[in-house]
Design a protein around this ligand. Structure first.
Ligand code: SAH
Length: 244
């Protein structure tokens, strides 16, 4: 299963750009040791200044230690306005994108959320601060195991990590109040539509290799209705050939 990932994309193609172009080019990385202050500044400059206003979401972004989810040599850059490499040709999303997607999910304290693309586990940790249960699926086993270990070390007990092809969702725990997909398929996977509760939200990038659109959907009458969309660049959602 891992081989699929090594050849996925070059790092330069993995960068995730939000609606607002990354402003951090050339900026100095944060100094190690003052992460709490860096986190506060990230919330003010990268989120509040760009229109993220939901207080619970801002509080979660101000709490989760992003430096714990990146490789040791990227810790100093943990709060910069960029995605960062996490190994296996994958990236942890730009902080603004994490906040934007989280806000668009309209997370409620009683929600059970499905995430596709665990990666570092950072997005799952942000959600874990806001909802009752997070189920997250990662296709690259080493990333899944590493994320699981990080989340356990930080004391997150309401995140459940599974290795597998997220295209199929996690039927044993369906239906979900909200679904967040952090890798881009070329169409919305039908199993995910089925596993979303009526009235629930799905935030998902969809598109081809070069450009995608980040869609916010709400399930109404059994079908997805588009609420919002913005151009983005995510890594592709890969498929496990054995699972087709
Ligand atoms: N949410 C992550 C970042 C996601 S990067 C974080 O907070 O760090 C996208 C992730 O999706 C990668 O780790 C990639 O391996 C994973 N992925 C790609 N295709 C997948 C699939 N079919 N099922 C599950 N995970 C997938």
């Amino acid at each position: 299963m891992y081989e699929l990932h090594f050849g996925v994309r070059r790092l330069s193609q993995l960068l995730i750009f939000g609606l607002i172009a990354a402003t951090g080019c050339g900026q100095q990385p944060a100094r190690v040791g003052d992460f709490a202050a860096e986190r506060q500044r990230m919330v003010q400059e990268q989120m509040m200044a760009r229109g993220i206003h939901e207080e619970r979401v801002l509080a979660a972004m101000a709490k989760v230690p992003r430096e714990e989810f990146v490789p040791a040599d990227e810790r100093a850059a943990a709060y910069t306005d960029h995605p960062l490499p996490i190994g296996y040709d994958q990236t942890i999303s730009q902080p603004y994108i994490v906040a934007f997607m989280t806000e668009q999910l309209h997370p409620k304290a009683s929600d059970r959320v499905l995430e596709i693309g665990t990666g570092s586990g950072y997005q799952a940790a942000v959600l874990a601060e806001l909802v009752a249960e997070v189920h997250t699926i990662e296709i690259a086993e080493p990333l899944a195991r590493n994320a699981e270990a990080t989340l356990a070390r930080l004391g997150y007990k309401n995140v459940h990590v599974k290795v597998g092809d997220g295209y199929k969702g996690w039927p044993e725990h369906a239906p979900f109040d909200a679904i967040i997909v952090t890798a881009a398929p070329d169409h919305v996977p039908e199993p995910l539509v089925q596993q979303l509760k009526e009235g629930g939200r799905m935030v998902i990038p969809v598109g081809g290799a070069i450009a995608q659109q980040l869609n916010v959907f709400e399930k109404r009458g059994g079908a997805l209705k588009q609420i919002a969309a913005l151009p983005v660049n995510f890594v592709p959602l890969t498929r496990d050939p054995a699972s087709k």
